[in-house]
Design a protein around this ligand. Structure first.
Ligand code: GLC
Length: 445
């Protein structure tokens, strides 16, 4: 009897747990490129750039009428649009993927959709598909393709919400009408899937309906069936693969294994010439280093103008970022989250085998840096992107306990990067952090 029980238990283990583990490791495998990528560029491009107003929300919140909002279609010319230049700028910034708004909540589609009339080809001054050439350029350069897609479509007549004050109907009050909307939006998804087979889908606006109403399970399996390796963000009523904190650089380390901070360069997603509250390259690099240190990605947004050019301030940030990422690539791509801030007053990252510890040194903090409570022997320290070997001194170490002491590292001013210097600390093995109370007498004298 006991033997039968054991056999059943073993079979259960094989049939239940093992496939689960296989799935789990397949999941981590598919997330690998994303985790290693660290930097993506978000692009909000749509008719809202014409007046320079909030994307979609400006009419939803009744700051402008829907009719006046749509008049912007006539100003969306794309006549100076150079998708190859966009892709080049993105690649040179050090980003490994880009996510572009194929359709925001206003329902304006950048590609030639057969569903509805509101798109760049049929109803804008551009008169052409502006999405396909950009996707082609990204592919050409080996930059991964992410497609942003808004589930809500506030312009579509069979969608429930039109503005904050005008709700057309509720799905339960008119299921047939809701079905029509589902066919419409899922039809668009099928088009995008067929045309671009994206590496990543970035959904938005899921808050307006439940997972059952959106049919998220159906959508997820539709996308995964075509491309089992595809990555979905979490805004699919929790049926996605990674978290998307928005605007607020995390204070604490997010609990999620995979996450990405989406962040504007000023305070707007789309082009708004009136918004001059730009973050400096220094601030953006600080935030980026903090994301790396906390194990996440940065998805940094640009908002091109209606003629297709990228605002000068945004190009400048991308170029400055590119100079920094290129110099420090070994400390950025493929690294793991760093050590707790207790051990070093700043962001850090670790190599995959955790024998190399990278220290990010913000701004012009020359002099001596302190590493605290690292039990490993330090074999060598050098400046990333430059190679200069640095001296260090270990103090506060006594032979009668395991407290590893403080390592003071000399960093001369002439070796500083304009924004953020990175030091590589080669340890004698995987990083070993001392997390005990100090001062215990463990050996007699
Ligand atoms: C929000 C907003 C939207 C913006 C997005 C980017 O969900 O609705 O306007 O595109 O965040 O993360």
């Amino acid at each position: 009897m006991r033997k039968t029980g054991l056999i059943i238990a073993v079979l259960c283990y094989i049939f239940v747990s093992v496939p689960a583990q296989i799935n789990d490791s397949a999941f981590h495998k598919k997330m690998e490129w994303f985790k290693d990528a660290k930097l993506g560029i978000f692009i909000h491009w749509g008719i809202y750039s014409v007046n320079g107003i909030d994307e979609s929300w400006s009419f939803f919140n009744n700051y402008i009428s829907h009719d006046d909002y749509l008049k912007q279609l006539d100003g969306f010319t794309a006549d100076r649009y150079e998708p190859d230049h966009w892709a080049e700028l993105i690649q040179n910034s050090g980003a490994k993927y880009a996510v572009i708004t194929s359709k925001h909540h206003d329902g304006f589609a950048l590609w030639n959709t057969e569903y509805g009339n509101l798109n760049a080809v049929k109803h804008s001054a551009a008169g052409r598909d502006v999405l396909t050439p950009f996707v082609d350029e990204l592919r050409h350069r080996g930059v991964k393709v992410g497609v942003y897609f808004s589930l809500p479509d506030w312009s579509y007549e069979d969608y429930t919400h039109h503005t904050r004050s005008v709700i057309r109907y509720k799905p339960e009050s008119d299921p047939e009408r809701w079905e029509k909307f589902l066919d419409y939006y899922q039809g668009q998804l099928r088009e995008l899937l067929g045309k671009y087979n994206p590496d990543l889908w970035w959904f938005d606006g899921d808050w307006e309906h439940s997972g059952e109403e959106w049919q998220v399970d159906k959508v997820r399996s539709l996308l995964l069936k075509k491309n089992p390796g595809v990555i979905l963000n979490s805004r699919l009523r929790g049926k996605g693969d990674y978290e998307t904190p928005e605007q607020g650089p995390p204070v604490l380390r997010p609990a999620a294994k995979y996450w990405e901070l989406c962040l504007t360069m000023n305070d707007s997603w789309g082009y708004q010439p009136n918004d001059t509250n730009y973050k400096t390259p220094q601030q953006i690099i600080d935030i980026f280093a903090d994301c790396i240190s906390k194990g996440g990605n940065l998805l940094l947004d640009i908002g091109p103008k209606p003629d297709g050019t990228i605002p000068e301030e945004q190009e400048h940030i991308l170029k400055e970022l590119g100079r920094w990422t290129d110099k420090h690539k070994e400390a950025i791509y493929g690294t793991e989250r760093g050590i707790p801030y207790d051990h070093y007053y700043g962001p850090t990252a670790l190599s995959k085998d955790s024998t190399l510890l990278y220290l990010f040194v913000k701004g012009n903090a020359n002099g001596q840096l302190t590493l605290k409570g690292i039990s490993n022997k330090i074999n060598r320290i050098w400046v990333v992107g430059n190679g200069t070997k640095l001296n260090h001194q270990v103090t506060s170490k006594v032979f009668w306990n395991k407290y590893p002491g403080l390592a003071y590292i000399d960093l001369p001013a002439h070796l500083l990067d304009k924004y953020c210097t990175v030091l590589a600390v080669l340890l004698d093995g995987p990083v070993d952090l001392y997390r005990e109370t100090t001062g215990a007498i463990e050996k007699t004298l």
